[in-house]
Write a new protein. Structure first.
Length: 122
């Protein structure tokens, strides 16, 4: 897989930086976000380094997005949230801080669950 030196998520994928694994297969890796906006906040990344959605091939996007339902289902079973937001931030003004494409899965637990404080959306 093409990886990039100095990319935090590439280092997580190849085990150089420890992470709490949620799911893994040949194409994607999912792990708990180090800063849990809500309980069970998970990131899904393609194993192949790609900067953001604009620089991603349809093949990588298909692999990444096709895993979302089963990982969301697993999180729902584990954490029993009452809802879930799924987000992808591209470029700094939109909140991207790690430049390796990723999808946020954010279980929701109702008012005061931390989501609004971080993301400022309803
Ligand atoms: P972004 O702001 O780019 O959409 O999301 C990047 C996410 O990566 C942030 O929510 C941040 O907490 C998370 N993150 C940054 N560094 C690490 C790390 O070393 N380990 C884990 N598990 N998450 C990280
Ligand atoms: Zn990377």
């Amino acid at each position: 897989m093409a990886q990039e030196q100095d990319c935090i998520f590439c280092k997580i994928i190849n085990g150089e930086i420890p992470s709490s694994k949620v799911y893994e297969d040949e194409d994607v890796y999912a792990f708990l976000d180090i800063s849990q906006v809500t309980k069970g906040h998970t990131l899904i990344v393609p194993k192949e380094h790609t900067k953001d959605i604009y620089n991603t091939s349809p093949q990588i996007a298909e692999k990444l997005f096709s895993r979302v339902p089963r990982i969301a289902q697993a999180i729902k079973q584990t954490y029993q949230p009452i809802g879930m937001n799924i987000l992808n931030n591209n470029e700094e003004p939109a909140g991207q801080s790690v430049f390796h494409l990723h999808i946020h899965l954010l279980p929701r637990y109702g008012e005061g669950d931390g989501f609004k404080a971080k993301w400022n959306v309803n």
